[in-house]
Ligand binder design. Structure first.
Ligand code: OKP
Ligand code: ZN
Length: 340
């Protein structure tokens, strides 16, 4: 298996905290997340290559705000400056021109945890490039599995809005690119609903989207992720949500995983993309689930049994003492099933 990195992510250093109800929330998508994964990959002699620099087109074609984000970042002089939205105008406004002011970011942003800083665009572009590099490797047939060390994560970024730590939807960019070569299934195992990914493919039947996540009525992103969201038009029946109760253990988790994998198998895709989040870990500071590190071995093993060319895109996972081993356990389970 080949892993792919983009070093520029380390310059994207968001910094925020706020309270909602009884909880305090703070920055969790920190550069060290990737460092701890790389450390375990290196220790286990997994090959890590640099992401290729792709044109912006594969991102721009699915994200209307690509040029806005790029332009805003290009105008920020000081790396310590950070912008957060302070107005939430909704989508009813019809813009008459292309905005370039950072004060307009509320028009393009779905949540309060996704600031814009000088290096945000470069990091988000590098993250998507890592996913595209993996997609290209799979399409060439040179490898059957690739792990893109994406940061920032992507699955909350929808066609018209970034949010939830995510700027560009790395898995969706790669899946859309791969879909020109055959049907694609996306399985999102991050603790949170892959709302952005769902939105990208909601009316399409050539990309199947499945997400297993904490009950949205009780957890981010709240408004989507319910079972009854099944797709629209041609896409009806090609989106499947598996909400699980808060604090579920692997026994409960596995039931949804088995169902999702059966749907993917029946779909007979040419490629599989995994939105690989590990905030389902029992001691994750963001997620509310009870998986153990060894459970990721079993998840990797079960997914691998599909025998599909597979691109894994890093999503969440915020316990810095467990993330490296969680990712490696997943990869190890995946590769062991491949070789047996
Ligand atoms: C990103 B990923 C404030 C909660 C903030 C945001 C979670 C974003 C998770 N009410 N939590 O790992 O899916
Ligand atoms: Zn998550």
């Amino acid at each position: 298996m080949i892993a792919i990195e983009s070093k520029v992510h380390a310059k994207h250093k968001p910094d925020w905290s706020f309270r909602v109800g009884k909880s305090t929330f703070q920055t969790r998508d920190v550069p060290d997340r990737i460092a701890v994964i790389q450390k375990v990959f290196r220790k286990n002699s997994l090959k890590i290559i640099a992401a290729e620099n792709f044109p912006a087109a594969p991102i721009r074609s699915i994200h209307s705000y690509h040029d806005y984000l790029k332009g805003v970042c290009a105008n920020i002089k000081d790396a310590n400056i950070q912008y957060l939205p302070d107005i939430f105008p909704g989508r009813s406004l019809q813009l008459k021109h292309s905005p370039t002011s950072p004060y307009w970011m509320g028009y393009f942003c779905s949540s309060a945890v996704t600031p814009i800083l000088k290096h945000t665009y470069d990091a988000a572009k590098g993250s998507a490039d890592a996913a595209l590099t993996g997609a290209k490797l799979l399409a060439s047939g040179r490898t059957r599995e690739a792990y893109a060390l994406c940061r920032p994560p992507g699955h909350h970024a929808s066609p018209k809005m970034f949010g939830g730590y995510c700027y560009f939807n790395n898995a969706a960019v790669a899946a859309n690119w791969l879909s020109k070569r055959g049907k694609v299934a996306i399985l999102d195992i991050d603790y949170h609903h892959g709302d952005g990914t769902q939105a990208h493919f909601y009316d399409r039947s050539d990309v199947l989207t499945c997400s297993i996540h904490g009950e949205p009525a009780a957890d981010f992103p709240y408004i989507t992720g319910y079972k009854k969201e099944k797709g629209l038009g041609k896409g009806l029946g090609y989106n499947h949500n598996f909400p699980i109760p808060l604090q579920s253990n692997f026994t409960i988790y596995q039931k949804s995983l088995t169902r999702a994998l059966r749907l993917i198998r029946n779909f007979q895709p040419k490629f599989l993309v995994i939105a690989a989040g590990y905030d389902t870990f029992a001691e994750d500071p963001v997620g509310n689930c009870r998986l153990k590190i060894r459970d990721y071995v079993k998840i990797g093993h079960a997914i691998s049994a599909l025998q599909l060319p597979t691109l894994m895109c890093q999503e969440g996972g915020y316990n810095l003492s467990a993330l490296g081993e969680s990712v490696y356990s997943f990869v190890d389970g995946f590769l062991n099933a491949r070789n047996s």
